[in-house]
Design a protein around this ligand. Structure first.
Ligand SMILES: Cc1cc2nc3c(=O)[nH]c(=O)nc-3n(C[C@H](O)[C@H](O)[C@H](O)COP(=O)(O)OP(=O)(O)OC[C@H]3O[C@@H](n4cnc5c(N)ncnc54)[C@H](O)[C@@H]3O)c2cc1C
Length: 504
């Protein structure tokens, strides 16, 4: 074991939405920080084709196996690189709705109240939208919470193939709006992510040390068990020990929980900070379905996602519980088809003889429908025997999701009668996200003021270790119906402020 003789103000583990954002905040405050990232740099050409490959070719599945509740192995769709999952994400950065922070009744139970409310997060949402150059326009969205400042850039234009579709949706009394997107306005690397907006601006600073291919394997505590004394990491072929005043985990909800569990010691026999037995529990990931709408006219298949709808977010005329969020996914060449869903492609192929994958991509629009799942302590991450990472997850709130899918297909069928170039179809091929799709993972170390019912306090410090924080998507007490990244980024800015104040 090699002991690094430097001592840092902060050690941050992971460079995704949480870690990358926090690193920038702390570095700009002049703190000495060490950033440990298990992945390496993702080459620009890979990023440019990332969305093509994410779903179809399993290219960005992590090079490791996880196991489901039955012990069956699978390759998780998660990305280890500088920028983490934001290197392959859709960059749609939405605020949670104001009511999402309160207790909300769903058909299958209650989504719990957050102890901080929308007003507490609002200034950080605004700062996050500015930092990540979000292009958006929420006009007309009946669910949009108040913004203290407008989006810093206007929403993007719809592609030619999408414009008439959006008009037809609006003509039905619904409220399509531009989806808020993080964009750099750079030709070489257009999508904004936590490498571009978090790490790149600080990586040359003398107070920042970034080590890549540095996988943290264990956190060691002092004799009392009240502080992390050292962080152990595998860097290349060697093991190193690093020390810092404050250690912040940002490995993603599943990996941060796994690291806490596997760092169990005499003082923390069930895993670090796990006196509540909640580390790893309440794992959430959205119910998601992608739906294919065929058109009779070719389109390039490479347009961006640009529109979203929240008309059914809180329910429908015949269903008084939340249903969820809808967006288009861009051309199918770009996105949408889960690699693990060959039946989707075979359905499409059967429907249209002589119609291959390429043609499907050139004549279609993808839709993405997602519904909140409720926290369930039995949905959990376990660090099992022989170092196996196990994900026990049974999705809930299924009826709400099915209703949203069928409601959306009804809308698609209605607009197909009026929009020239859309194929009128009785059947719309669709695929549900399987266990491998852990894109929207969150909730494994929920925050709250009561140590018996939460892992982190409201500053995202572990209740049990004074110098250990978690700033990735683990802290969510509920997942809402919108995508998580903007809330992770905003929270990292919020916690960053607390950390700077604490460190002095
Ligand atoms: C295909 C896809 C599309 C998505 N689209 C959207 C979208 O459009 N909008 C949205 O809001 N969200 C989207 N998401 C989700 C979004 O990317 C995540 O919510 C967000 O990145 C979570 O941030 P995080 O900091 O929790 O973790 P991550 O971004 O996953 O970062 C974790 C980091 O920790 C590193 N790490 C893990 N373990 C270790 C270790 N032991 N040692 C050192 N480093 C480690 C990883 O390499 C990674 O860099 C998408 C995700 C995927 C996969």
């Amino acid at each position: 074991m090699i002991i690094d003789d430097r001592h840092y103000d902060f050690i941050i583990v992971g460079t995704g939405a949480g870690g990358g954002t926090l690193a920038r905040k702390l570095a700009e405050a002049g703190k000495q920080i060490l950033i440990l990232e298990r992945g390496g740099a993702m080459a620009l050409d890979e990023q440019n084709v990332a969305s093509v490959d994410v779903f179809k070719r399993e290219r960005y599945h992590a090079p490791e196996q996880w196991y489901d509740g039955d012990g069956e192995p699978f390759l998780p769709q998660t990305n280890y690189a500088v920028g983490g999952n934001t290197k392959i994400y859709g960059a749609s950065l939405m605020r949670m709705r104001e009511r999402d922070f309160t207790a909300v009744a769903h058909q299958e139970g209650m989504s719990p109240e957050w102890e901080l409310q929308y007003a507490d997060f609002e200034p950080y949402y605004t700062a996050a939208e500015q930092l990540y150059m979000v292009h958006g326009n929420a006009d007309g969205d009946p669910t949009e919470p108040p913004h203290s400042e407008d989006y810093p850039y206007p929403g993007i234009e719809h592609a030619d193939a999408v414009k008439p579709v959006v008009e037809a949706i609006a003509a039905r009394g619904l409220h399509p709006r531009p989806i808020p997107l993080s964009l750099t306005r750079r030709d070489d690397d257009p999508t904004g992510d936590s490498e571009v907006f978090g790490i790149e601006p600080i990586r040359e600073r003398e107070n920042v040390t970034l080590l890549t291919s540095a996988k943290v394997t264990c956190l060691h505590t002092n004799a009392s068990g009240r502080e992390v004394k050292a962080v152990e990491a595998q860097v290349g072929k060697s093991s190193y020990l690093y020390t810092g005043d404050i250690v912040v985990l940002a490995c993603g909800a599943i990996n941060s929980a796994a690291l806490l569990l596997k760092s169990a010691n005499e003082k923390h026999p069930n895993g670090l900070a796990n006196g509540s037995d909640l580390v790893g529990r309440n794992l959430m990931k959205h119910q998601m379905t992608s739906i294919v709408q065929l058109s009779t006219e070719a389109n390039s298949g490479v347009f961006r996602r640009s529109v979203c709808m929240n008309d059914f977010y809180w329910g429908d005329s015949n269903f008084n519980y939340p249903l969820g969020h809808i967006q288009n996914t861009g051309g199918l060449l770009q996105d949408t088809i889960f690699a693990e869903a060959p039946p989707l492609l075979s359905v499409a192929a059967k429907l249209m003889p002589g119609f291959g994958l390429k043609q499907l991509a050139m004549r279609s629009i993808g839709w993405w429908v997602q519904t909140e799942v409720l926290p369930d302590p039995n949905n959990r991450v376990r660090w099992g025997d022989k170092g196996k990472l196990r994900i026990e997850f049974v999705p809930n709130n299924a009826e709400a999701h099915d209703r949203l899918v069928f409601r959306w297909i009804e809308v698609l069928q209605a607009i197909e009668k009026t929009v020239k170039g859309l194929k009128s179809a009785k059947v719309h091929p669709r695929a549900e996200a399987p266990i491998q799709v852990v894109a929207h993972q969150c909730g494994t170390c929920r925050f709250g003021s009561d140590p018996a019912h939460s892992v982190l306090d409201l500053d995202c410090r572990t209740h049990e270790l004074d110098n250990l924080y978690v700033v990735d998507s683990s802290f969510f007490p509920s997942c809402s119906g919108v995508s998580p990244a903007l809330t992770v980024i905003a929270n990292a800015l919020r916690v960053g402020e607390q950390l700077i104040a604490r460190h002095g």
